[in-house]
Design a protein. Structure first.
Ligand code: NAD
Length: 285
């Protein structure tokens, strides 16, 4: 069995630190607050939002979920975001994706004040990440959580060959920037990449965010590769699997399990970003 990276444990450790930061903020009279906007009745989105709300409550972070029917107008959502931008009790604003087709996701993300943009999707924050700017700015939580996880297992990424498969704005692109900022040599592969097998065979660290069950076999990777499986795929029989197939008994490779790898890190990192935004707001109040 390939050695497993314990995302659950690293996420629990992170939550202990977050809980202590929340206590300190509350002692100063500041309760961190996150608002989550959920549009429509997609069951997976409902579960994600519930999990985020539960995590916030457990840590003493105020959470507000605002739901809209799938038929809601863009204007209505924008008006709500404007209200949340102006509300001092709210430090973090998140719009759960996907949004219905008639809503322009870019308009919505751009309307969130950059200093409350907990997902790090606003162009201002994306730009800061890609420029490797000094100072604090929120970053996309899934890749940031992966960086925290990697730190435990590959403390120094300098000069490592890192391969990111999938180039979404949610995972692949910010992942590329974060690995680059950590001085790895990064390759970003996508559906038009021609020599993927060759790239896989030479990578020290591989991040797979494609959304296809068993897309990558561990046997295709180096004997000491570290593989992060971001994929969450539901098979017809109801089983939850990632993008990676572990076909390497007794290997020295490292792999994140699904579930129990990247997922718990994403939620814990979202909470981490929320309290960091609250800390920033308390400094500038
Ligand atoms: P997406 O569909 O937006 O992007 C998928 C990417 O994969 C695209 O850039 C595409 O070019 C690439 N791709 C598709 N086929 C390919 C191929 N044959 N070769 C190389 N690249 C190919 O997906 P996403 O939002 O980035 O999510 C990816 C997966 O990660 C999904 O399963 C999603 O559910 C999961 N996810 C998990 C978490 C978590 O917290 N665990 C967070 C976000 C996304």
């Amino acid at each position: 069995m390939t050695k497993l990276i314990d995302g659950k444990q690293v996420a629990e450790n992170l939550k202990v630190q977050i809980a202590s930061s929340v206590k300190k903020l509350i002692a100063l009279g500041i309760t961190p607050g996150i608002a989550v906007i959920l549009v429509g009745d997609d069951p997976a989105s409902q579960i994600y939002v519930r999990n985020k709300q539960r995590a916030a409550e457990k840590l003493g972070i105020d959470s507000e979920v605002i739901t809209f029917p799938a038929t809601v107008s863009e204007e209505k959502i924008l008006a709500k975001i404007n209200g949340l931008n102006a509300n001092p009790a709210i430090d973090a604003i998140l719009v759960q994706s996907p949004l219905p087709d008639h809503i322009d996701e870019h308009h919505i993300q751009s309307a969130i004040a950059p200093e409350k943009d907990v997902d790090g999707f606003h162009a201002h924050n994306v730009g800061a990440l890609f420029a490797n700017s000094e100072g604090y700015y929120p970053m996309a939580n899934t890749p940031r959580g992966i960086m925290t996880l990697l730190k435990e297992y590959v403390p120094d990424l300098t000069g490592k060959n890192a391969l990111v498969i999938g180039r979404s704005i949610l995972v692949g692109r910010p992942m590329m920037a974060m690995l680059n900022n950590a001085n790895a040599t990064v390759t970003l592969a996508h559906r038009h990449t021609k020599n993927l097998a060759q790239l896989v065979a030479t990578a020290d660290v591989i991040i797979v965010a494609v959304g296809k069950p068993h897309f990558l076999k561990m046997s295709a990777a180096k004997a000491d590769a570290v593989v992060i499986d971001v994929g969450i795929n539901r098979l017809e029989d109801g089983q939850l699997v990632g993008d990676v197939l572990d076909d390497m008994p007794d290997s020295e490779q490292l792999l994140t399990p699904v579930p129990g790898g990247v997922g718990p890190m994403t939620i814990a990192t979202l909470m981490q970003t929320t309290i960091e935004l609250a800390q920033q707001h308390s400094i500038f109040e």
